[in-house]
Design a protein. Structure first.
Length: 388
């Protein structure tokens, strides 16, 4: 048995080695991003970020120090913000000249799509950590854009699997006026068709102080008149959705943007080393970890894992490994994670959770796939419109 003295001496020697080389990841974010508005962060709506996910990347960077010491590589993060697409592209140019080839992108879907289109055919790899738009994995996909955060189709498939497992087959849909609300509703309708649920009615809601629109914000009126097993709320803002539970005419569960949600991560997840990760993140960020934070953490971990397994910092070697079949990523959710070759989406289990509890993990038992059960969530190869 190696003595404790020898182990400490070896660790000390490793810590004292000069770094042989550096590998810095870029981190790009939009300055005035409405998703991080103070009222959103303060209210902690279930499907909204609770703060900038940069803290997730920082947590992963701290975890990589021992690996970096052993390999003689110093991993770093270079954080840059821009007011618009032009400033973000300028930041990429600046960092690229400094040798950066991997970029975490924290921006709304439209911005991510523009950044990816403008950098197509360049020797770069972009990691989408916060845009859930299905279009980014479909018609607007790009070969160098990888998605760590799940898309709406994955989230809604996970939610629908749980509804069917409970025999909740009829759904009343409440849909908000924002484009993101429409995207949520469309993804839910797709999942309902895919798994055989029935939407009995779809009713628009408006959160407004205008007396002429009062009825469109009245939960009792919106949920009256028909029977159903469950109420689905498509509210990307979150303000209306939080008032729906316990206000419906019929005593029915509420899902979607409030009540029960599907998410990449939850602070109450207690398996596969999750409590330790949650503790490390909370120490770093002073708040609980969300799915967006997890996506940023996972992006850094993917690059570090590639360096460790290939023993290289060559861009093409790392890029090929990250997108290849051999990569093994541990996301602390109990499954081997990897990127789908047809749309660059990270296949992963999803958590079905309330404010303070993880109810289930998807894919649920009984929902099977011919090659990988994780591909029951989101766009499978035959359904994909992505053409690289």
């Amino acid at each position: 048995m190696v003595s404790r003295t020898i182990v400490l001496a070896l660790l000390g020697a490793l810590a004292g080695l000069a770094w042989a080389e550096e590998l810095t990841l870029g981190y790009l974010e939009l300055e005035d991003d409405s998703r991080y508005a103070e009222r959103h962060v303060y209210a902690r709506y279930l499907m909204q970020p609770w703060g900038r996910p940069y803290a997730g990347a920082e947590t992963a960077l701290r975890e990589s120090r021992f690996v970096g010491s052993a390999l003689g590589i110093e991993f770093g993060l270079s954080r840059m913000a821009g007011k618009d697409i032009n400033e973000l592209l300028a930041a990429i140019e600046t960092l690229t000249k400094q040798g950066t080839r991997f970029f975490l992108v924290d921006a709304p879907g439209a911005i991510v799509a523009e950044v990816a289109h403008a950098t197509r055919n360049r020797e770069l790899l972009l990691f989408n950590i916060s845009a859930m738009d299905d279009e980014l994995r479909q018609a607007r996909c790009q070969p160098h854009l990888l998605h760590l955060v799940p898309n709406y189709a994955m989230l809604m498939d996970a939610l629908m699997q749980y509804l069917l497992s409970r025999q909740w087959r009829t759904v009343l849909v409440l849909e908000g006026p924002r484009p993101e609300d429409t995207r949520l509703a469309i993804s839910f309708e797709r999942a309902a068709r895919r798994f055989g649920a029935k939407i009995v009615a779809k009713r628009p809601f408006v959160l407004s102080n205008d007396p002429r629109q009062r009825d469109l914000g009245n939960v009792a009126l919106l949920t009256a008149g028909q029977d159903y097993d469950v109420v689905f709320v498509a509210d990307s803002d979150g303000e209306f959705a939080r008032a729906v539970p316990y206000q419906t005419v019929r005593p029915r569960p509420v899902v979607g943007s409030e009540g029960l949600i599907a998410t990449a991560w939850h602070w109450a997840w207690e398996r596969h080393g999750a409590p330790q990760l949650n503790s490390r993140f909370e120490k770093q960020a002073k708040r609980p970890m969300t799915g967006f934070d997890w996506a940023a953490w996972m992006a850094v971990k993917a690059v570090v894992e590639a360096v460790l397994r290939t023993e290289s910092t060559d861009f093409k070697t790392l890029s090929d490994y990250i997108r290849g079949e051999e990569i093994i990523l541990d996301g602390f959710k109990g499954n081997r994670l990897s990127f789908r070759s047809w749309d660059n989406q990270l296949r992963q289990p999803l958590l079905l959770a309330t404010h303070n509890w993880v109810v289930e993990r998807a894919p649920l038992q009984g929902f099977l796939h011919q090659t990988n059960n994780l591909d029951t969530l989101g766009f499978d190869r035959p359904e994909s419109d992505c053409r690289f």
